[in-house]
Design a protein around this ligand. Sequence first.
Ligand SMILES: *Cc1c(COP(=O)(O)O)cnc(C)c1O
Length: 398
Amino acid sequence: MAQLNTQLVHGDPSARTDATGAVNPPIYNSSTYSFTSVDAMPRWDYARSGNPTRDFLEAQIAQLEHGTRGFAFASGLAAIHAVLSIFKPGDRIVVGSNIYGGTYSLFNEHFQRWGLLSTPVDTQDGDALARAIHGDTRDVPSARAVYVETLTNPLLQVNDIAQIARIAHASGAIVIVDNTFVTPLLQQPLDLGADIVIHSATKYLAGHSDVIAGLAVVRDEDLAARVYYAQNRLGGVLPPAECDAVRRGIQTLALRLERQQENALAVARWLDANPYVRDVHYPGLHGEAVAGKGLRGSGGVLSFEVDPVLDPADILDNLHVFRLAVSLGAVESLAELPARMTHFELPREERLKVGITDGLVRLSIGIEDVRDLIDDLESAFGLAVHHAHTLSFALAGE
Ligand SMILES: *Cc1c(COP(=O)(O)O)cnc(C)c1O
């Protein structure tokens, strides 16, 4: 079988169905497919159930994640919705405590109403995880699944998928991993024991901030049948043109990620040496965080805490190369202030508990020249420091 970079460019050759010789698999713009006769069921009959453009992308992600079958959805959250729909009311899922906000609300609002129970746990703590899965024999049923993200958000702690899978499987629970932050290039969770992998393909896989998409890959045929049912019956499928946009994004994933990681490490080091920065959260900064946990790299997202003498908004508002925006994983660098831009609905105490301090900044590093990124940060910090001094002189003069 081809190596990873070749797979990124060419996908799975057996999923090619077009006979024209077109180098790119065509976008099949058809909602329905004709039968040759009443009883001759065609391979494709109706595009929600499947179509060649989507099949190509689904085969590609299944190949990259070393799974049995892949599924493409209209968004990352549609993928998560479909995967969680394979469970039934009364089932319980243990959920990592620092997960994507939309997923958190899907568990705690939508699925709670639906009767799916969830228990948050610090997945860095193996004993706590084992206890949470086990439940208690009287009231709390043993968990059916563990749901985690490869890197916690926004503190970027590394979850040890192999260890989590060992603990979960010992109690008969399956493991679902949201691999969005690292992609199959840095880790293939199914190889480490996970059962289902999910991506917001909106981020690194598509990679250009121009498409919303989700993917799921399963380990075995039984899970494939259940996820396929949810995909086809809930119907949150990815349209052919978007399938093609994700396919094209995946072709350059390795090149982009390599540059993003190089740039992220340089930015993390620059921040680490900055006297106005307290903690820098980037797994690769001190090397040891990724080693031994199955990761081949640290990705392109990092976060850091600004010294409370500065207003972090003074830094973010003065960035010009970094765009002030949520989301991550694209060619352009983005900056955001979680406490005021994405997590302001959480009560402050709740935010602080999950590590989202008032001065925590998250950066998604792109593929620009790293000198421009660092210059941009340097001048923004300079203006913020100047502003803080002006303020303290004004206060002293009062
Ligand atoms: C963005 C994101 C999602 C949600 O994906 P959408 O494509 O926005 O629906 C889920 N998980 C993680 C880790 C994400 O970053």
